[in-house]
Design a binder for this molecule. Sequence first.
Ligand code: GRF
Length: 199
Amino acid sequence: MSKAGPIRLAVFASGSGSNFEALVKAIRKQTLEAEVALLVSDKPDAFALTRADTLAVPSVSFYPKQFPSKEVFEREVLDHLKEADIDLIVLAGYMRIIGQTLLEAFDNRIINIHPSLLPLYPGKQGIQDAFDAGDKETGVTVHLVDEGIDTGTILAQEKVVIDPDDTIESLEEKIHAVEHVLYPEVIQTYIKKLQKEYA
Ligand code: GRF
């Protein structure tokens, strides 16, 4: 963190990777001063890996079940992060709970984006849960990662209105559009804060 040069991010994704792509594009537009040095996936068939190839971002993927424990899996991931000289982990649709090995190595340096107004609707189905509850609004939360499920310190939130004629698909689209703008902005602000602290 105290070194010269851009902050090096590792993005962790299990699925489509649209947030990963939005981050890479923000960096290329220079609105986010960082480098995505590595994409990490726990799903070797994730579309995020195809996006990484197209965007020429190095990537690595794993079958976590092939490891004897979460700790051994995370130590392997950690080796890749060290090799790529990663400063900050950015979770973007990573469907796995981060364990002690990574939490200790990246204390206060793991960020997540969640598609609800936390503490409402943590877990895997944030959008669906708000929709099913008949809520009039939901939103997006960016937060630090701790050992809980979507429980770390909140860095930013943005509301999204649920219109009466919204479907789950249209709501998902609105949420993603907000995420793709909010996440790069919040990461940029957080990087500036970290740089000040480590200066
Ligand atoms: C996003 O809605 C994010 O908030 C949640 O998982 C989804 C990932 O979407 N954690 P994508 O893979 O970035 O398209």
